[in-house]
Design a protein around this ligand. Structure first.
Ligand SMILES: Cc1cc2nc3c(=O)[nH]c(=O)nc-3n(C[C@H](O)[C@H](O)[C@H](O)COP(=O)(O)OP(=O)(O)OC[C@H]3O[C@@H](n4cnc5c(N)ncnc54)[C@H](O)[C@@H]3O)c2cc1C
Ligand SMILES: NC(=O)c1ccc[n+]([C@@H]2O[C@H](COP(=O)([O-])OP(=O)(O)OC[C@H]3O[C@@H](n4cnc5c(N)ncnc54)[C@H](O)[C@@H]3O)[C@@H](O)[C@H]2O)c1
Length: 445
């Protein structure tokens, strides 16, 4: 039997932060992963996606400026873009593990399972710990449809050596829209099959609709209110069958991605043996991020039942878990969360959408505009730029801000600061920003 103060499942953003913080404070720490070390964001999520997108954005920018200062043919070299991202990701597993080891943390590999609430088993060896931390993230949702084995996942996107002639994405959320647009710009004929009646479901409808328009202008086919029902293989290609209100349809494609959502990675842990309560959002935790049924077992990051599965939140939750293991009593206290789908244009939002404000019976005012004609958008020959700001009718405080535009992700950060500081929208607009920057556009909104 090996004993540690802290035993952590998962080496992503959340797991490694808890490990290093606890070790730095003098605790004995073991950490385990059932894949290569480093987690989703840096190896098969945010970072490699943004690296590939750097080439795609440069290509798009050059295309837009053609005959206005850019001449000759500009090509997007998909393989080179992928290799560029690969150069960044390839060292991450070794670097992550070596950093943890050099800090004195015991690094394990494989799938440890709970025997009871104090003991886990890994390849015949038992481990006990005063605190356990579940930081196992999320994985692609299983659709449970015939032929699902033919579907690729977001992990496969990063090893897609050749641009497929035709590609289908089942699910037009963050991943489907981001990846679909990238492949469309690389030359694929892209189709998105979406169950709901809006692309980028959680975002404000007004801004998400601009992303849909921009995607259609790129030649992407978007089929809404449609559900994939099976996938068949035929002579090296695939037939995706889907249902709509008017009946069954099918589409033939070179590859098909399951981008229908992600679910907590908890099945392999045997959490029921440890009497840890879970639900469809993951490990059910209290405001201290302790399991509601086993307080010495914590969960943080995508796998905890709190918050959206986004990298900044995994980090914040991990730091709270580490503090609480080290004896503090810190509650999860999260301000409004900005989020962006990195499409072109970007789709960003923070706080309430108009529909949510109505549902909560808020008294609010709306400022919304198609700003495509504004100077910043015009100077780069971009197509779409629009915003919707929702303010409290009585106080003027910002309830929600939503932007579709080339630099929406940076503009929304300014709303995040204003909302955290309790600034009214009027006050925010009084700020002096440098000109001509995207930030300065806030003064005109
Ligand atoms: C394609 C894609 C793009 C994304 N883009 C963005 C973005 O632009 N911005 C953003 O904020 N977020 C983005 N995300 C979400 C972001 O990646 C996650 O929120 C973040 O990585 C979660 O960190 P985590 O530490 O909670 O989990 P992870 O980083 O997923 O780490 C969990 C670790 O646990 C391991 N594990 C799983 N099961 C077990 C087990 N049974 N035993 C041991 N180890 C296990 C996994 O192998 C993994 O290494 C994206 C996600 C994807 C998939
Ligand atoms: N830029 C970012 O911050 C970023 C990027 C990628 C992922 N993420 C995180 O990862 C999470 C998962 O992303 P995702 O894109 O997999 O999920 P998602 O929830 O954003 O989108 C999934 C979409 O698939 C649709 N769908 C579900 N079942 C379907 C079916 N049978 N047929 C057709 N459509 C179906 C849903 O209606 C939804 O619109 C996100 O919620 C986000 O937190 C963030």
């Amino acid at each position: 039997m090996k004993k540690f103060d802290v035993f952590i499942f998962g080496t992503g953003t959340a797991g490694k932060l808890v490990a290093n913080t606890c070790k730095d404070a003098g605790k004995s720490v073991a950490i385990i992963d059932n894949r290569e070390y480093g987690g989703t964001c840096s190896q098969r999520g945010c970072d490699p996606k943004k690296l590939i997108l750097s080439s795609v954005e440069a290509f798009d920018h050059a295309q837009n400026m053609k005959n206005d200062g850019i001449s000759g043919s500009v090509e997007l070299d998909w393989r080179a873009a992928l290799n560029y991202a690969g150069r960044y990701t390839s060292d991450i597993p070794d670097n992550t593990e070596n950093n943890l080891k050099s800090n004195g943390i015991t690094c394990l590999h494989g799938e440890a399972t709970f025997l009871d609430s104090n003991t886990v088993l890994l390849e015949g060896e038992k481990y006990q710990a005063s605190h356990f931390v579940i930081a196992t993230g999320m994985q692609t949702l299983s659709l449970g449809i015939p032929g699902e084995e033919f579907m690729l996942t977001s992990d496969d996107f990063f090893t897609l050596k050749d641009v497929p002639e035709k590609v289908v994405f089942v699910g037009a959320g963050y991943i489907g829209m981001e990846f679909g647009q990238m492949l469309a710009r690389a030359g694929s004929k892209v189709t998105l099959i979406e169950k709901g009646d809006q692309v980028l479901g959680p975002f404000e409808e007004f801004t998400a609709n601009f992303i849909e328009k921009a995607s259609k202008e790129l030649g992407i086919q978007i089929i809404k209110n449609a559900q994939a029902s099976s996938v068949e293989e035929k002579e090296g290609r695939f037939i995706v069958n889907y249902s709509k209100e008017d009946g069954m349809h099918q589409i033939t494609t070179d590859c098909v991605f399951n981008t229908a959502g992600r679910v907590p990675s908890i099945e392999a842990l045997n959490l029921e043996k440890a009497s840890v309560l879970t639900d469809k959002r993951g490990v059910v935790v209290n405001e201290y991020l302790q399991s509601t049924t086993q307080p010495h077992i914590y969960a943080c990051g995508d796998v905890s039942s709190k918050n959206l599965p986004l990298t900044p939140l995994s980090g914040i939750e991990a730091s709270i878990v580490a503090k609480n293991i080290l004896g503090e009593k810190t509650k999860l206290d999260i301000p409004a969360i900005p989020s962006t789908a990195f499409t072109i244009p970007q789709c960003s939002g923070i706080g309430l959408t108009e529909a949510q404000a109505k549902e909560l019976h808020k008294e609010f005012e709306i400022i919304e505009k198609d700003a495509s004609e504004w100077f910043n958008n015009q100077r780069i020959n971009a197509s779409f730029y629009a915003y919707k700001i929702i303010t409290d009718k009585k106080t003027g405080l910002i309830l929600g801000a939503h932007i579709a535009g080339p630099e929406a992700s940076e503009q929304i950060n300014m709303f995040a600061i204003a909302m955290k500081a309790g600034m009214t929208f009027k006050e925010l607009r009084k700020t002096i920003f440098n000109y001509p920057s995207w930030g300065n556009d806030l003064r005109s909104m």
